[in-house]
Design a protein around this ligand. Sequence first.
Ligand SMILES: O=C(O)CCC(=O)C(=O)O
Ligand SMILES: [Fe+2]
Ligand SMILES: [Zn+2]
Length: 383
Amino acid sequence: MQVRAEARSVSLHWEDGQRNRFHYVWLRDNCRCDQCRHWQVGDRLLDSTQVPLDIRPQRVELKAPSLLEIAWPPDGHVSQFDVGWLLAHRPGQAVTVGQGLRRTTWDGAFADRIPELTHERVTSNDSELLGWLRVLHEYGVSLIRHVPCRLGEVGRVAETIGCIRSSHYGTIFDVESKPKPNALAYTAHGLLPHTDLPYRELQPRLQLLHCLLFEAQGGDSQLVDGFHAAERLREAHSASFDLLASTAVTFRQLEEGADLSIEAPMIGLDDDGRVDEIRFSNAKLQPFDVPEDQVISLYQAYFQFAELLRDPAHIIRLRLEPGDLLVFDNSRVLHGRTAYDPQSGARHLQGCYVDSDDLLSRIRVLERAAPPLSPDSSKLSTL
Ligand SMILES: O=C(O)CCC(=O)C(=O)O
Ligand SMILES: [Fe+2]
Ligand SMILES: [Zn+2]
């Protein structure tokens, strides 16, 4: 590796032929020393804005093969940079989100490959937990079997991932037919595939549903990968896809103690145009408020997307059994159920939510202790 001190930056020429410039103001600001960062907390102590934009070093030196040392005015403050750290922070290197995490979309044929594992396995050790969470991130769905049918157990599983995200339905909510329901889920009606809490600014990402008791007739579950359906929409009706990705619609929850409402598109895209979030709820959607010449095209786009989401070729159907715990990415995988007959027997699920930053945090923390990833380690076969 070659180091060259230039007018405004240090230029590093890596072994692989690449060259990167690290500006002096950037280097001074990112000094790793104990004066500039708290040695325990890791937070920056140095006030970045006090670094002169045109700062120039007094000395730049490659100390050991992998240690760059820089002395700064006015007092000769010394910064030491591990070359590996600089390599990891070259321009264009995003913060690592987890080793090689990816997303794989699926359709109805996925029904017999849905990632399934036992409660015992998930809770047995950290490497099983990491394997599960990576698969959950990749496919947005998994089914845990033999979870003890105890009240609150769903919360204990959630806490292996992170903090439970509570809502106006409580920390853990009971899904059963109630005399005074404040959600359709708390009746015996069928539920079209939907995302939960689409009317909240931050739609919860992970949803857990634990089946405690199921004797009723009906009440079968459906799951559909909204990212897959959105991509089919983009292929088949690109104008409709663009409309749903660019038109904010209103979702609202109005009840005795709450009036939650948000305007957001049904299809959310990230900066690179990839589908990143689905908000979809026939029940919670408010009257479209668009110019009258756009009403028909918006309905058409909505119906086309709904048709893909309800296409039997895209849907997984399953009947939960007591002890089953479904975990899915609520902003990607829509869930629904058929109607059931409460006279024919009881049906009781408990659910809760966990945010996605908790999931990613848990994955990163578990990866610290994990051996490097082999190319196929997130394949289902490892479960
Ligand atoms: O009853 C079910 O299977 C699902 C209910 C539901 O949609 C929910 O709790 O979010
Ligand atoms: Fe729901
Ligand atoms: Zn320093």
